[in-house]
Design a protein around this ligand. Structure first.
Ligand SMILES: [Zn+2]
Length: 243
């Protein structure tokens, strides 16, 4: 008898397989799982909805490494995100990060729960960007390259600190590297707030549009320098939001 298994997760990627099927990569509490969906390119397939990127799905599957879909449901399709091209592209950027580091050994259960919470907020929030920035900043911790905010990265000094992307956090006057691009105090304060933010907190962070743009660039540089990462969605996003 075939052993059945139930998995729940977010569809990160889909690719065509043979003539009429697809393989979807689903991010679950145990990391990435690949699922073969037979006939899902047929317009009449009952599983057409299951294979859409960003959908939160519950799947009954069988098999070992490459699982085969037997039945499934869409738990949330985040249609309000998908209706807004900017929001959707920004969210796809996050999904690309999750996909790229899905084989890294971190707490997938924690990240998965957090993503679902954040996407629920992003659906209705106007100021959704900071919640996605929050994911990016908190992920630095999961990936072991978290910025140090409270003291100098080199000597523990806690006064007159300035943020350095390359050094991975705050530096005192003695250890602040030459030629480093300036990061404003407001940007550091906002990144710190988001990094430590508790999503149960009913109050939205307060910030200016200018600071929001600045932290977007700082986070981009941080991911490039420490993780050698830049996403395709991020490139597309520049065309949509203008920075
Ligand atoms: Zn120092």
């Amino acid at each position: 008898m075939t052993r059945m298994e139930y998995i729940e997760g977010i569809v990160l990627r889909k690719l065509d397989y043979k003539e009429s099927s697809k393989i979807i990569h689903v991010y679950t509490e145990n990391g990435l799982r690949s699922v073969l969906v037979h006939g899902s390119r047929n317009m009449k397939s009952p599983f057409l909805n299951l294979v859409r990127v960003m959908n939160h799905v519950g799947l009954h599957v069988s098999g070992k490494d490459l699982l085969t879909l037997r039945d499934g449901d869409v738990l949330d399709d985040y249609h309000l995100v998908k209706e807004n091209l900017e929001k959707f592209t920004y969210s796809l950027h996050i999904l690309e990060i999750v996909y790229d580091f899905a084989n890294h050994d971190h707490d997938h259960g924690k990240l998965m729960k957090f993503l679902v919470k954040i996407f629920n907020i992003v659906q209705s929030a106007k100021n959704y960007e900071i919640y996605l920035n929050m994911v990016e900043l908190k992920m630095l911790n999961l990936l072991g390259v978290n910025p140090l905010f409270n003291r100098c990265v080199a000597c523990d000094q806690a006064i007159n600190l300035r943020f350095s992307v390359n050094e991975g956090g705050m530096c005192c006057a003695d250890h602040y590297p030459k030629g480093e691009m300036n990061v404003s105090k407001e940007a550091v304060a906002l990144m710190m707030e988001l990094y430590y933010y508790d999503v149960q907190n009913p109050e939205d962070p307060v910030y200016t549009e200018e600071t929001l743009k600045e932290i977007r660039h700082v986070i981009d540089r941080y991911y490039e320098y420490h993780l050698n990462f830049r996403s395709n969605s991020r490139r597309m996003l520049t065309g949509l939001i203008g920075y």
